[in-house]
Design a protein around this ligand. Structure first.
Ligand SMILES: Nc1nc2c(ncn2[C@@H]2O[C@H](COP(=O)(O)OP(=O)(O)OP(=O)(O)O)[C@@H](O)[C@H]2O)c(=O)[nH]1
Ligand SMILES: [Mg+2]
Length: 543
């Protein structure tokens, strides 16, 4: 059988960047992803950094499998002498032993791994395995729980896993449970079927094919691995040992197993986290929702009441300035509509705008909920809750800010009165004087006539006596001008109300952006960043 070299990987992102990306995703994920997946991600980052500190010159290869499968026997066969204890008494191996090929004894790496028993292998004529650290590991299926724990620890830290089984145990559930968990680690798994000397040639092929089928069911894709699905060997007769030797030599020379193993670990953690982060879904706030939110908040802020007060105030002020002088004082008796709302010039602090009604507040709350839910639609839990929380301003803050926004808009609007008011006001004053002069004059004439005084000549223009003309013309013109001014003021009031409405509505949009949209978008940006980093770390898209 021919074993090809491992395919060169086409991954663009170097391992250190993947580790960094996963670390950043873990940091960003706090409060957003589950504690379990964050702890797993952090654990993987630390393991990867720990392993990389010892370089890639050595390749840690672990012999894993059930008791009696022949792990120790195969270790001896590869080493070429009986360094590991094999036996019929089960289980035999109770602690991990390392066999180290080459001049460097891998002390720091083995200290990091916590393996104390070491054996230096010297092969005078063959240095193809220099750099190999072969680990003979305790079993996973005997009664000794400590063996299983040790095996799991070593399996987690090894660069390449050689899973050893035999014709009797290859379908064991315990073995396939482990393999199924390692479905994403096909590139660093070598499957060995030992003891094929006990089978006929036909049975051997059938057994290897059956094992390959089971591996497929476990989800393991060995095609990325050594070019072979299952390596049939016999530690007893030496059949297939050359093939296994070649696979190990390839791995040692390529020095890629370390990186492949860690990449697979990082991708696994990142995939788990991406499953929680959710791959897709809206990441911006919908424009229609944004407008609806602003409308509903404007309703809750009482913009309509304020605009109405602006219009009424404008009409009142116009009347006070341009009305018929003999009745305009009546307008001033009523309190100014804006000052009534504490919106007048110089009034500070909270306005006394009507508090939003229950229905208005409910509409505003619903609008906030809608916009949060629409944005998080399609995202898995807990995103809807996270986005809602981000979208909900602290108690009372929204009311205060809306109040200030509306009050500010109205105060900005109150900038003096139109010039024509004072012109008309002066004219009205003149006409009032004329009316009064005419009136007094006529009264004087009447008193003189009543007292039977000689008639005082009264000048007249075109046979209309001047005092009569002054009185009638002054009163009539004053009244007509007052009517005209009222009509003009109502146009001005509408315009002022429109302006105030726009200003207040704009201010409300600002508040909505600040307190609702901005926080939602910030959270969406966080999530986007989280997802990007997980993808960079190699996460598979959620399936
Ligand atoms: N027929 C045959 N027997 C083998 C072969 N390999 C190992 N054995 C026997 O199987 C038994 C177990 O071998 P070990 O190498 O101790 O098995 P192990 O996997 O290390 O077992 P533990 O250390 O208990 O986990 C021994 O009696 C070996 O002689 C083989 O290829 N063919
Ligand atoms: Mg053993």
């Amino acid at each position: 059988m021919v074993f090809g070299r491992r395919k060169k990987r086409a991954h663009a992102t170097p391992l250190p960047e993947r580790i960094e990306a996963l670390q950043a995703a873990v940091d960003r994920g706090v409060g957003r992803l589950s504690d379990e997946s964050l702890a797993f991600g952090q654990h993987v980052v630390e393991k990867a950094n720990g392993r990389l500190r010892h370089g890639t010159e050595h390749t840690l290869v672990a012999m894993l499998g059930a008791t009696g499968a022949g792990k120790s026997s195969l270790t001896n066969a590869i080493v070429g002498s009986d360094v590991a204890t094999t036996g019929v008494r089960r289980p035999t191996t109770s602690s991990t032993m390392a066999c180290v090929w080459g001049p460097d004894d891998a002390t720091s790496l083995l200290e990091w791994l916590g393996v104390a028993t070491r054996h230096a292998v010297t092969t005078a004529d063959d240095d193809r395995l220099d750099g190999l650290v072969l680990l003979d590991v305790p079993d996973h299926d005997s009664v000794a729980v400590a063996h299983r724990l040790e095996m799991e620890r070593i399996a987690e830290h090894a660069d390449l896993m050689v899973w050893v089984t035999d014709p009797e145990k290859y379908a064991d559930a315990a073995l396939h449970r482990y393999l199924a968990q390692l479905a994403s680690h096909g590139a660093v798994i070598v499957m060995v079927l030992n003891k094929v000397d006990t089978l006929s040639a036909d049975d051997r092929d059938a057994c290897a094919a059956d094992l390959a089928r089971l591996l497929e069911l476990d989800g393991i894709d060995l095609s990325e691995s050594s070019g072979s699905r299952v390596i049939p060997v016999s530690a007893a007769t030496g059949v297939g040992i050359g093939d296994l030797h070649a696979v190990l030599a390839d791995a040692v020379v390529a020095q890629e197993a370390v990186v492949q193993r860690l990449e697979a670990d990082i991708a696994l953690a990142a995939t788990e986290m991406l499953g929680e982060a959710g791959g897709d879904g809206a990441s911006t706030v919908d424009d229609r929702q944004r407008r609806r939110l602003a409308d509903d908040l404007a309703g809750a802020a009482g913009v309509a009441a304020v605009t109405d007060a602006v219009a009424r105030g404008h009409r009142r002020d116009a009347k006070a300035a341009t009305g018929w002088p003999f009745t305009r004082w009546v307008a001033k008796l009523r309190p100014h509509p804006l000052r009534k709302l504490h919106l007048g010039e110089g009034s500070g602090g909270r306005t006394s705008l009507p508090a939003p009604t229950g229905a208005q507040r409910a509409r505003a709350d619903a609008a906030i909920r809608n916009i949060a839910d629409a944005t998080s639609a399609g995202m898995p839990s807990p995103w809807p809750a996270i986005v809602r929380k981000a979208a909900t301003p602290p108690d009372g803050l929204l009311d205060d800010r809306l109040d200030q926004a509306v009050a500010g808009a109205v105060r900005d609007h109150r900038t003096g009165s139109p010039r024509w008011w004072s012109v008309v006001g002066a004219l009205q004053f003149g006409l009032a004087i004329a009316t009064i002069v005419g009136g007094l004059w006529l009264a004087g004439l009447a008193v003189a006539a009543w007292l039977q005084l000689p008639t005082i000549p009264t000048p007249s223009i075109r046979s209309i006596p001047i005092p009569t003309g002054l009185l009638i013309l002054g009163a009539l013109l004053g009244w007509i001008i007052a009517l005209l001014s009222r009509w003009l003021a109502s146009i001005g009031a509408k315009r002022a109300a429109r302006r105030a409405h726009k200003q207040a509505a704009d201010a409300v949009v600002g508040v909505a952006d600040d307190l609702v949209i901005g926080p939602i978008e910030a959270e969406m940006a966080n999530r986007h960043d989280l997802v990007e980093r997980l993808r960079l770390a190699g996460a598979a898209p959620p399936g």
